[in-house]
Ligand binder design. Structure first.
Ligand code: TK8
Length: 332
C-alpha cells in the first residue's frame, strides 16, 4: 500500500511527459485527383485544422490536387510502398487491387445519401476497410464523391436508347465496363486525369461523374449535355500508408483517425450543399441539363440488373448479399 501511494504520482507524471513526446513534427501529404475547388478540399481543410489543433501545430496535413502526385491508382501504390502518407481516391479506381470494393459500384444500389452514409459508416463499411490492411492501406473514413450522372457532347439523354453508341469514359473496372455495355454505350476506361483532354480532342463523347466534379473540373468547357441518370454512388476513401502508419505513435494515430471523421462530416456537408450550386453553375456556362423520366430510369435499372450476377465472382457473392441485407433493413 505504502509503495503504491509513493509510486502512483511518479508514474502519472512520467506518463503525461511521454504522451507529449509522442507527437512529433510531421508533414502529412494527401494526394487528390480532383481540383482544390472540390468539396474534398473543404474536408481536407477541416481535417488539417483538427489535426493542427490537437497536436499544438505539430501534425501538418497538406493537400495536393489535380493528380499532381499521381492519379488514384498511382498515388495509392505510393502509399503501399511507403513513399506517400495519404490519398483520397474513389473506391471504384481500386477494384483492381481489392475486388470487394466493386460492391459499391453496383448500379442503382443506393437510393439516397442517407443509405450510403449508413452502409459506409456502419459494420459493412468497416468490414470493407479491414480488407485494405493486407494491401498496406489503412482506410480511416469514407467521404463522398456522390451520385454520378452522364455528360456528353452529342445529345441529351432522355431515354435509354439515347445512350446507344456513345463513347463514354468509365473508371477502369469490370463493373463500370459491364454496366455501360449493358446500356449499349461504347465504354472507354481511362484514369480521371486523362478525361478532360480526351473530351477536348473528341476521342470520347462523354463521361460520368457527380455534378460537383463536373463543375470543378470545368467539363462545361467541353461538354454540352448533363442528364441526371444518378446510376452509381461513389465514395471516396481516406487512406493512410500502413507502412508509415505503423511508425506513428498511438496518440498520433488517434488524432489522425479522429480528424479524418471530422473532415468527413465537413466534406459530406459541402458536397451536398454544393451539388445544386454546381448544377446552376453548369447551366450558366451553357450546359443543357435534364432529368430522365422515372420510366426510363426503370428501363436502365432493368438493363443493368444482370451485372449483379455477372460480377458476383469478382465482387464476392457474400459481399453483395450482405450489402443488400443491410439496405433491406434500412428500407423497412
Ligand atoms: C478523382 C477521381 C474522380 C472519379 C473518376 O481522383 O475517376 O471519375 O470520380 O473523381 O476519383
Amino acid at each position: 500500500m505504502k509503495k503504491f501511494a509513493i509510486l502512483a504520482p511518479v508514474t502519472l507524471a512520467l506518463l503525461s511527459v511521454s504522451a507529449h513526446a509522442q507527437i512529433q513534427n510531421r508533414t502529412i501529404r494527401v494526394s487528390n485527383g480532383v481540383n482544390d475547388t472540390h468539396p474534398v478540399a473543404t474536408g481536407v481543410k477541416a481535417m488539417a485544422e483538427c489535426a493542427a489543433n490537437r497536436s499544438d501545430g505539430k501534425l501538418k496535413i497538406q493537400g495536393f490536387w489535380s493528380a499532381a502526385l499521381g492519379d488514384d491508382v498511382a498515388a495509392t501504390n505510393a502509399l503501399r510502398s511507403g513513399t506517400l502518407e495519404m490519398v483520397i481516391p474513389s473506391s471504384s479506381a481500386l477494384v483492381g487491387m481489392q475486388s470487394a470494393l466493386g460492391v459499391f459500384d453496383l448500379p442503382f444500389l443506393f437510393n439516397n445519401e442517407k443509405e450510403a452514409d449508413a452502409v459506409l459508416d456502419g459494420a459493412f463499411g468497416r468490414n470493407i476497410s479491414n480488407k485494405m490492411t493486407s494491401l498496406g492501406l489503412v482506410n480511416l473514413a469514407y467521404w463522398e464523391n456522390g451520385f454520378r450522372s452522364v455528360t456528353n457532347s452529342k445529345r441529351p439523354i432522355n431515354k435509354m436508347e439515347d445512350l446507344a453508341g456513345l463513347k463514354i469514359r468509365v473508371i477502369p473496372n469490370p463493373i463500370y465496363l459491364e454496366t455501360f455495355k449493358a446500356l449499349k454505350t461504347n465504354p472507354v476506361p481511362m484514369p480521371f486525369s486523362e478525361v478532360v483532354p480526351a473530351l477536348e480532342t473528341g476521342a470520347i463523347d462523354g463521361q460520368e461523374n457527380p455534378p460537383v466534379t463536373i463543375e470543378t473540373s470545368k467539363m462545361y468547357e467541353v461538354q454540352d449535355y448533363l442528364s441526371f441518370s444518378r446510376h452509381i454512388y461513389t465514395p471516396f476513401m481516406v487512406m493512410y500508408s500502413k507502412k508509415l502508419w505503423d511508425r506513428l505513435s498511438k496518440e498520433e494515430q488517434k488524432i489522425i483517425s479522429d480528424c479524418a471523421v471530422v473532415g468527413r462530416d465537413a466534406q459530406r456537408k459541402a458536397s451536398r450543399t454544393r451539388t445544386d450550386e454546381a448544377v446552376a453553375a453548369l447551366k450558366s456556362h451553357g450546359m443543357k441539363v435534364n432529368e430522365i423520366a422515372p420510366a426510363e430510369i426503370a428501363k436502365m435499372r432493368a438493363a443493368v440488373k444482370p451485372v449483379y450476377e455477372q460480377q458476383a465472382k469478382t465482387i464476392g457473392q457474400t459481399n453483395i448479399d450482405q450489402i443488400q441485407k443491410v439496405l433491406e433493413g434500412l428500407r423497412k
